[in-house]
Design a protein. Structure first.
Length: 290
């Protein structure tokens, strides 16, 4: 299928969907999930699971955040489904008879909870084909360049010109179900592509993971940029000398290890601890490795 048929351009107005941002998502009260008998909700995320810090967790700063909706990148198959008048589950604003309409945050409503960030504002992840995801990513690249141009992080917009170590975008549950793509700077790329045999990443390695989501109306939306930088030995033994950062579309920084709003990045390493044998790294799915 030609790329042109997978992602189309249009002139609908652009904007930002304001979701529970990464800072506020981190501080969602666990007790709030339980108010009003929340224990009856089988879809509620299990909070603070010590056996799996990467499990769905309302404290996960990677699950919330803001998406910058593209003015021109759309997945036609998703758009067609959303606006199909014969589809009883298509979104119908203000239609009280629509059984598929979004339910309010009722703790006893098993359809209300979003496992990416229950009641926290995450957009439900829409799954598309690999070809559609690649086409959407290619369409979004110029907008990503502009979105991260104002970042003070070294990766910023520059990461889009670094070697891609993934063959295409793939969905990441630990990043809110968004589609992500992995890039590495010249210092990191050879070592990173050894994957589980990496040993230790060279000092100066920067790994960047950009993200986007496909919304229920078919529009593509840019998500946060996640980075890891390998610092000199002894810089921060608690994180294996990795410096984590998260940049929002628009260039603002949510947090930096040992820098502004460092606490917002604690979750990152709590998750990456599971990869201690490979220098605290997780690697992309084998189907998407080069």
């Amino acid at each position: 299928m030609a790329v042109a048929s997978l992602v189309t351009t249009g002139h609908a107005g652009s904007g930002e969907i304001e979701l529970a941002d990464a800072v506020s998502a981190e501080h969602v009260s666990i007790d709030a999930q339980m108010d009003g008998g929340g224990s009856c909700n089988p879809c509620a995320a299990k909070a603070c699971n010590p056996c799996n810090p990467c499990a769905a967790n309302p404290c996960n700063p990677c699950a919330g955040g803001a998406l910058k909706v593209s003015a021109s990148c759309v997945v036609p198959s998703v758009k067609a489904k959303a606006y199909n008048p014969c589809n009883p589950c298509a979104a119908k604003a203000g239609n009280p008879c629509n059984p598929c309409a979004a339910k309010a945050c009722n703790p006893c409503n098993p359809c209300a909870a979003n496992p990416s960030n229950p009641c926290g504002g995450s957009v439900a992840a829409v799954e598309v084909s690999d070809a559609e995801a690649r086409a959407a990513y290619d369409c979004l690249k110029p907008e990503m360049t502009a979105a991260f141009a104002g970042s003070t992080e070294a990766a910023g917009a520059a990461h889009l010109n670094w070697p891609h170590v993934s063959t295409g975008p793939y969905q990441s549950i630990t990043h809110g179900g968004r589609y992500v793509s992995n890039t590495a700077n010249d210092v990191a790329v050879v070592a990173y592509m050894k994957y589980e045999e990496i040993g230790k990443a060279p000092v100066g390695s920067i790994l960047a993971k950009n993200s986007f989501a496909i919304l229920e109306d078919g529009k593509a939306a840019i998500g946060p940029l996640f980075t890891m930088t390998k610092m000199e030995e002894g810089w921060n033994p608690e994180t294996g000398d990795w410096r984590y950062s998260m940049v929002m579309p628009g260039g603002s920084t949510v947090g930096v290890t040992k820098g502004p709003n460092a606490a917002n990045m604690d979750f990152c390493h709590e998750c990456h601890i599971a990869g201690e044998e490979s220098d605290y790294l997780f690697f992309l799915p084998e189907d998407f490795r080069k």
